[in-house]
Design a protein around this ligand. Structure first.
Ligand code: MD6
Ligand code: FE
Length: 207
């Protein structure tokens, strides 16, 4: 069987392309296995905002640079907060980028966010990258999450969609800088992660 390479979105909301059910259960398991290796080399940490607020997600990264936030602010950096380089982005993850963003440069950063039952992510833009012509690709694994899509400026009307395990989302083009966030997850809605919760990967061209 020839594996088809370039995927087509199932739905587009405010320019954000959603590829629902893109990853098979087998592909999801493979990615989670690879992420265990990433987390062994680069342990999850709890980021703190520059105002000193703990974020509710736990975070780590793979790639040449990782996104970190602490009292000094947020930035991409070449080392884990506890020291040492980030592990490489697993091939299983890079393969997803190739399917949904075939024309883009290769990603140099993969942010790994873990959501326990009550974790959430406030409305934000992804704007710490050097080149906004390159998309951000996100992969959802584990429990369902309610994803809210807003506008290019803060506030205004929003639309929400449930992201399920194996869904992939691309924020690019005119939608690259749209505000977005996670209102809540639905605990127990997936059996992919034995410990429960949700993992979101965001692949970026950071530099
Ligand atoms: C999440 N996602 O799904 C949070 N950012 O947990 C993001 O913040 C995100 O899904 C940029 C592009 C796509 C995303
Ligand atoms: Fe984001």
């Amino acid at each position: 069987m020839v594996k088809k390479l370039e995927a087509k979105p199932t739905v587009t909301i405010r320019g954000v392309a959603l590829f629902q059910g893109l990853l098979s259960p087998g592909e999801q398991v493979r990615i989670v296995d690879d992420l265990r290796d990433v987390a062994r080399d680069a342990p999850f940490f709890r980021p703190v905002t520059s105002r000193g607020q703990q974020m509710s997600v736990r975070m780590t990264s793979a790639g040449a640079v990782g996104w970190v936030s602490d009292r000094r602010g947020y930035r991409y950096q070449e080392t884990h907060p506890e020291g040492g380089q980030w592990p490489p982005i697993p091939e299983s993850v890079r393969a997803v980028w190739a399917r949904v963003a075939p024309g883009a440069r290769a990603p140099d950063s993969c942010l790994v966010n873990f959501y326990a039952e009550t974790a959430r992510m406030g409305m934000h833009q992804d704007r710490d990258e050097a080149d906004f012509d390159q998309p951000v690709v996100s992969i959802s694994l584990g429990d369902d999450a309610l994803f809210r899509i807003g506008n290019l400026t803060r506030g205004g009307k929003t639309e929400s969609v449930w992201l399920r395990s194996g869904d992939v989302l691309v924020m690019g083009g005119a939608a690259r800088l749209v505000f977005h966030g996670i209102d809540r997850i639905r605990p127990g809605s997936s059996t992919l992660l034995p410990e429960g919760g949700r993992i979101n990967l965001t692949l970026r061209v950071a530099r």
